[in-house]
Write a protein that binds this ligand. Structure first.
Ligand code: C6P
Length: 414
């Protein structure tokens, strides 16, 4: 406890900004205020250097070439797997599948695991606040298998009523798939309770951790879930790479989703046998330098500490809520207690696209639209929302600048 307190004192969050070269640039002649990390986070120099070093010193294809460079690239690639396993406290690095990102991970789970277990009349339960990446793959596999897709509600403030979810789980539920954190509402789902609920009905719990693993420590064993996925690019790592963790006893029975090189055991023209997990799910040449950058990103956040990141961002979200809700005509969307990462809002006077265009002129990057969560926006009866989201480099001052820019929006549209 004592040492954590000392650690907390030595982090000057303003200095963190110096690690991110892009934060030194200007936008429309104004210093960049980057509040769009939920879409994709900026990269620290350490990650940029790791990717550059991979290409300039250690690059080759992995697994196939028996030569020095290939061994170096393979060692670094495989080290990422072990690093991710440690980062989320997975029991084994063999349970970590490196994918192109969370979307691919969820498609693998839906098509491979869903395709294996779902049959006519079975049910898959998601929530109304899910990202399209955790909706569309389930729609596709439910259509193929004759299973039914159901969506649990969220409450008006964005919180999840576990009783209502429990009421929707039946003996036909085979899979519950929900986000760790909503990318629009910021609601933190109670994954432990959801996992217990799933297991009580012999179902599995799939967690879309895209907005979770970037904001808080994740321990998949403590959460009790069966699958957990996220993308590296939201964790200050490269785009084009992500991960899928699955419990070994589930992975070993799952068929491959994509066929090709690297995922086979033996191929004849008539048939093929497949490699064990994780390679079974990693067909083709993987994103090699990106995997090395992913490991550097984990080293970077680990050195700061996910607990400290959670505390820092909690302070920012609390401050941002006070600041934005004090502006007349601003309505916050998603105010569940303990929320994380994002602040979505609408204004009486302007459409979210106009809001983002005007604040961009002040150097402030936010996102506007449906944020790949159209069912949630339909449910809330909103065509779109504006969304500011936080990363480790943000400070309270960023929200002062946003609030000032929103006052300008009011002047322009009044
Ligand atoms: N959300 C956002 O602005 P990919 O694109 O595969 O890296 O991640 C998909 C995804 C899945 N689940 C959640 C909860 C997400 O937030 C995202 C990505 C971005 O909110 C881009 S749409």
């Amino acid at each position: 406890m004592e040492s954590q307190h000392v650690m907390e004192q030595i982090i000057d969050w303003r200095n963190i900004r110096d690690d991110f070269p892009i934060l030194r640039r200007q936008v429309h002649g104004k210093p960049l205020t980057y509040l769009d990390s939920a879409a994709s986070a900026q990269k620290p120099q350490m990650v940029i250097d790791a990717v550059s070093d991979a290409y300039s010193q250690h690059y080759s294809n992995v697994h196939r070439g028996i030569h020095q460079l290939s061994e170096e690239a393979t060692d670094r690639f495989e080290a990422t797997r072990a690093k991710i396993a440690h980062f989320i406290n997975a029991p084994s690095a063999d349970e970590i599948v490196l994918t192109q990102g969370a979307t691919m991970s969820l498609n693998i789970i839906a098509h491979s695991y869903g395709g294996l277990v779902l049959k006519e009349g079975d049910e898959v339960l998601i929530s109304i606040a899910d990202h399209h990446a955790n909706i569309v793959p389930w729609q596709m596999i439910c259509k193929q298998t004759g299973a039914t897709l159901k969506a649990a509600p969220v409450e008006p403030d964005g919180h999840i009523d576990m009783d209502k979810i429990s009421d929707m789980v039946t003996d036909k539920t085979r899979i519950i798939a929900m986000p760790h954190v909503s990318n629009v509402l910021g609601t933190v789902y109670d994954i432990k309770a959801l996992s217990e609920l799933a297991h009580a009905h012999d179902a599995v719990m799939v967690v879309d951790g895209c907005q979770g693993a970037v904001h808080m420590p994740v321990d998949v064993q403590a959460l009790g879930c069966d699958f957990y996925v996220f993308s590296a690019h939201k964790l200050y790592g490269p785009s084009g790479i992500g991960m899928m963790w699955g419990r070994k006893e589930l992975l070993v029975d799952m068929p491959p989703f994509i066929g090709g090189g690297s995922m086979i055991d033996r191929v004849t023209i008539e048939q093929s046998t497949y490699a064990d997990p994780p390679e079974r799910f990693e067909a083709g040449t993987p994103p090699i330098a990106e995997a090395i950058g992913f490991a550097a990103a984990i080293d970077y956040v680990d050195a700061i500490g996910m607990d400290q990141i959670r505390n820092h961002e909690h302070d920012l979200i609390t401050y941002a809520h006070q600041k934005l809700s004090a502006i007349d005509g601003v309505r916050l969307i998603g105010t569940a207690p303990g929320k994380s990462g994002v602040i979505s809002f609408v204004m009486d006077c302007a459409h979210p696209h106009d809001i983002s265009t005007i604040v961009d002129r002040a150097g402030v990057a936010i996102r506007a639209g449906h944020h790949c969560a159209q069912p949630l926006h339909d449910y809330l009866d909103l065509p779109a929302t504006a969304r500011a989201s936080v990363g480790i480099y943000n400070t309270r001052q960023d929200f002062d600048i946003l609030a000032e820019a929103l006052e300008k929006v009011k002047v322009i549209f009044a």
